[in-house]
Design a binder for this molecule. Structure first.
Ligand code: FDA
Length: 352
């Protein structure tokens, strides 16, 4: 079974009060973190990204109903029905969807295969509902950290099913330790086995990405370009946001270049940053690139106004829609991106 964190379970009273004490400690730590953040420190982001991977914090936070109320701002629901309904609503607003069955770093082959089966079923449901949606997934969810072949076999089955329906699949990019193997697997299936319905993600925060993009441009890849949501050491990633932003613009320009378009590169810019979006439109306009030849992608629950504004301007817009019970690490990464979210979270908890 996929690792689930059902918020509706009835924990015994003693465990609850123990959890409440730990939670208070957690809140004190994050509250202190907020103060330090205000002093210009960046370690709150690091703390939240650390907590995203900490099992003890996961059971604490997911066992606390107000946490789900907060997370549900970023997650369409715990069920597939809710995800399909969200995709239908987005389509009704002129937006596409990328559905993500939440889960990562599974602990055994049975969990990896269960995730694969859920994603196969997701494809069936997307097809049956006739929604404009594709699937995003993480290779660690399909067993990559346990056995590379397990993940490859699971991904192959998913790509076959998607191809049967004329649908695309995007492999999300995870922490830097997985970048090489993720790109290798992508190439094995895209070029070795001829699946032309698979795409990847590149993170602008990594130094290596320029090199990766150069090769992906030669190969005519389908790429979602994002800033990067994981904690990375300064010897491999830009420490300053301004440097990541500048690199994102450089990489965007490489993938919208005339040569890239000739090679068949398909670019999706995954960002809510108005400056990055404006730079993309500006570069496209100057290069005579049609609005329909690239896409903007935004996350569910973030900058809905911008989603609609871009669509109204005639841009292709797709919203990434996560769903499922394994929402904890995804939620923590969203908190880390924007500390103001944490204020809402903490004040919500305190009110309960
Ligand atoms: P930035 O962080 O500069 O934010 C710009 C503005 O957007 C903020 O000022 C705020 O208004 C709004 N905003 C951003 N994040 C917010 C949040 N959490 N809550 C509220 N408002 C927020 N990463 C990765 O490592 N691998 C991946 O596969 C993906 N996939 C992916 C898909 C899609 C469709 C998107 C949009 C993003 C990803 N990401 C990702 C996440 C990405 O790396 C990055 O962490 C976030 O997009 C935040 O960066 P922005 O580009 O939005 O800029």
């Amino acid at each position: 079974m996929h690792s689930t964190h059902n918020t509706k379970s009835n924990a015994p009273q003693a465990a609850r009060s123990g959890a409440a004490v730990k939670l208070l400690a957690l809140l004190a730590a994050t509250g202190g973190g907020l103060l330090l953040y205000r002093e210009g420190e960046n370690w709150l982001r690091s703390l939240l990204l650390y907590l995203a991977r900490a099992g003890w914090a996961r059971s604490l936070v997911t066992g606390f109903p107000p946490a789900w109320r907060m997370a549900s701002r970023f997650v369409a629901g715990e069920s597939l029905d809710e995800a399909i309904a969200a995709a239908q609503q987005l389509n009704g607003r002129g937006l596409g969807a990328a559905l993500d069955y939440l889960g990562e770093s599974v602990e055994n082959a049975a969990e990896a295969n269960a995730a694969r089966d859920q994603i196969l079923y997701l494809l069936d449901r997307i097809e049956a509902a006739g929604v404009d949606a594709y699937v995003s997934l993480k290779l660690s969810q399909l067993g990559l950290k346990l056995d590379e072949n397990l993940a490859v076999n699971n991904l192959r089955m998913i790509l076959q099913r998607a191809r049967q329906y004329g649908r695309r699949v995007r492999i999300d990019m995870e922490e830097s330790a997985l970048v090489d193997v993720t790109l290798d697997i992508y190439r094995r299936l895209r070029h070795g086995e001829g699946f032309d319905n698979v795409g990847v993600v590149i993170q602008a925060m990594l130094f290596r990405s320029e090199q990766d993009v150069r090769r992906l441009v030669e190969e005519g890849a389908s790429v979602r370009l994002v800033k990067g949501a994981y904690k990375e050491p300064p010897d491999i990633a830009f420490a300053k946001k301004a440097d990541t932003d500048a690199n994102m613009i450089r990489l965007m320009q490489m993938m919208l270049s005339e040569q890239a378009r000739k090679n068949g590169v398909s670019l999706a810019v995954g960002s809510h940053d108005a400056a990055i979006i404006a730079a993309t439109n500006d570069y496209a306009q100057r290069g005579g690139v049609n609005k329909q030849d690239y896409e903007f992608q935004l996350l569910y629950g973030i900058r809905r106004d911008l989603q609609e504004q871009l669509a109204a301007q005639g841009h292709r817009v797709r919203v990434y829609v996560p769903y499922g019970t394994a929402w904890y690490p995804y939620f923590m990464r969203r908190l880390a991106e924007r500390p103001a979210n944490l204020w809402f979270f903490v004040s919500n908890l305190v009110r309960k």
